[in-house]
Design a protein around this ligand. Structure first.
Ligand SMILES: Nc1ncnc2c1ncn2[C@@H]1O[C@H](COP(=O)(O)OP(=O)(O)OP(=O)(O)O)[C@@H](O)[C@H]1O
Ligand SMILES: [Mg+2]
Length: 407
């Protein structure tokens, strides 16, 4: 397989010197003149190494480096800074941003060659960056009562996050007995969790997860529930733990669609989640189920802020009032999802999540919610190359702000 190297420099002469030497070494090269181009290439191509200039017309080399390090898919790519800045402060700044090496201009091509070789060798023989492990944001969607919209929210949220932040999002359908996420996304059931359940957990690796996951055009990878319910017995708690841990090296977001039970696999997922979206519908049975779940979470010692209570108005008839639900559960609702029109509910059943119907107000709501449930690091910085979904969310937020200022 070819070795792919990115060279970023606004100076044509440097670009030419470096690229002509590396082409003759047999590397496949990608050349960028500015930061925006560099990040675009990095997100599109599976690079083996990047050589970055620091002073660039738009985004500087430090920022490119930081952005790459914060994206689990790019975090392990060796980065060499090649720059005219020679003072110690700049060198330290480069390492602080996550650079692996620093070469000052004017430089000897032989030295750059040697360092590139060393970094490529080291990257090929080292395990994934441990720092990337903690970065996946794990969201569990749960309810003890069935049929109230857990899968609908999980599927739309996974699509929403993938569309907002681009890198693939993993949707794990942990409802092994009857999960329908693959159907809701209309992806062919080529592989399922049963393929993972058949092998010892310690033999599962990131590559296998990628092979078993079904890819949806929106950028969501789905680990689908088994075809036959009896296959669910193959999947043990250790498989689930292993997959959740490994997902951290490939995915920025993991959305877990959970069954309505406290089985060992469900409990493992709930424990490992960063946030639990506990769904409740406006009826008494559902509120009781939410209350049971909250009590168990308390017994398990989950911090209160890990759990968000969501009221899903899955019925069109009158239901319990928000205040009553909050009083019984002694917890505020984070979000109320309104009743969705039948035509849109049908869309889910037909394999096209509502959120992809971007013209519809319901899609806008789900997109805004996906942003709301995005991790802080993502929300804190304006993306270099914002996705259309991000732009829509940001436009709506601006409009809301303007309206608020008027009134
Ligand atoms: N806000 C809503 N408005 C109208 N219908 C809804 C809403 N939320 C969910 N539904 C509908 O409720 C039904 C059940 O939803 P879904 O399959 O997502 O629930 P679940 O909790 O995952 O159920 P299961 O027990 O089958 O896993 C679906 O037909 C879905 O379209
Ligand atoms: Mg479901």
């Amino acid at each position: 397989m070819a070795t792919l190297i990115l060279i970023v420099d606004d100076n044509k002469i440097t670009r030419n010197i470096v690229s002509s030497a590396f082409v003759s070494d047999g590397y496949e090269l990608f050349i960028a003149e500015n930061g925006k181009e560099a990040l675009e290439i990095a997100s599109r191509v599976q690079l083996n190494l990047a050589i970055l200039d620091i002073g660039l017309p738009d985004i500087d080399g430090y920022q490119i480096c930081k952005t790459m390090r914060s994206d689990p898919r790019l975090a392990n790519i060796p980065i060499i800074m090649l720059t005219g800045y020679t003072d110690i402060d700049n060198r330290l700044k480069a390492f602080a941003a996550g650079a692996d090496d620093y070469i000052m201009k004017p430089f000897q091509m032989e030295e750059l060659r040697a360092r590139v070789k060393v970094h490529l060798l080291r990257a090929a023989s080292s395990p994934p960056h441990p720092k990337t492990k903690a970065r996946t944001h794990r969201i569990a969607v749960f309810s003890l009562r069935g049929g109230i919209g857990v899968s609908t929210l999980a599927v739309n949220l996974a699509v929403g996050l993938a569309q907002l932040w681009e890198p693939p999002t993993l949707l794990a359908d942990l409802a092994f007995v009857n999960g329908q996420d693959a159907l809701m996304l209309d992806v062919k059931l080529r592989n399922t969790w049963a393929d993972l359940g058949k092998i010892p957990p310690e033999e599962i690796d990131s590559e296998l997860i990628e092979r078993v996951a079904l890819r949806h055009a929106s950028g969501v990878d789905v680990l689908a529930a088994p075809r036959r319910s009896e296959e669910s017995e193959l999947i043990k708690e250790r498989h689930v733990r292993r997959v959740i841990e490994l997902a951290a090296t490939q995915y920025k977001y993991l959305v877990m669609d959970l069954p309505h039970d406290f089985s060992p696999t469900t409990l493992a997922a709930l424990e490992m989640a960063d946030v639990i979206l506990l769904l409740c519908a406006p009826d008494l049975a559902s509120v009781r189920c939410a209350s049971n779940a909250l009590n168990l979470f308390k017994d398990l010692g989950y911090p209160d802020e890990k759990i968000q209570l969501i009221l899903n108005w899955n019925i069109s008839a009158n239901g319990l009032a928000r205040k009553e639900i909050e009083k019984v559960l002694q917890k505020s609702l984070t979000v109320v999802i309104p009743h969705l029109p039948d035509s849109l509910v049908m869309a889910i059943t037909m394999g096209k999540p509502i959120i992809l119907d971007v013209e519809k107000p319901e899609a806008a709501l789900l997109e805004d919610l996906s942003y709301f449930w995005s991790k802080k690091e993502d929300k804190n910085i304006e993306p270099v190359a914002p996705t259309p979904a991000w732009q829509r969310v940001s436009e709506r937020a601006k409009r809301r702000q303007q309206e608020q200022n008027k009134s």
